[in-house]
Design a protein. Structure first.
Length: 88
């Protein structure tokens, strides 16, 4: 399997670079979840990171890789299919 070293920004993982396994399209997953165990034995806290473009080239404005940005809300948006009804 192919992997890519991806940078994390914000939150507790700020500045770290981890190898992330790429999907069949050659991109890392849109959301990356990191479970952090609770020292008291309760349910683990989940850190949520969203995939964003790492930057763009100056001349042609082409995207140059990906990075993960911290999402403090901790909830992923629900999967929406084109044939589902809109929420009221």
């Amino acid at each position: 399997m192919k992997s890519e070293r991806t940078r994390f920004e914000g939150g507790p993982m700020d500045g770290r670079v981890l190898p992330i396994i790429l999907g069949p399209t050659g991109h890392p997953p849109k959301w990356y979840e990191i479970p952090v165990p609770d020292p008291a034995g309760g349910p683990p806290t989940v850190l949520l990171y969203k995939r964003v473009p790492a930057g763009y080239s100056k001349r042609l404005h082409l995207q140059q890789g990906w990075k993960y940005a911290y999402d403090p809300t901790g909830t992923k948006p629900k999967l929406r299919w084109p044939w589902t009804k809109p929420n009221p």
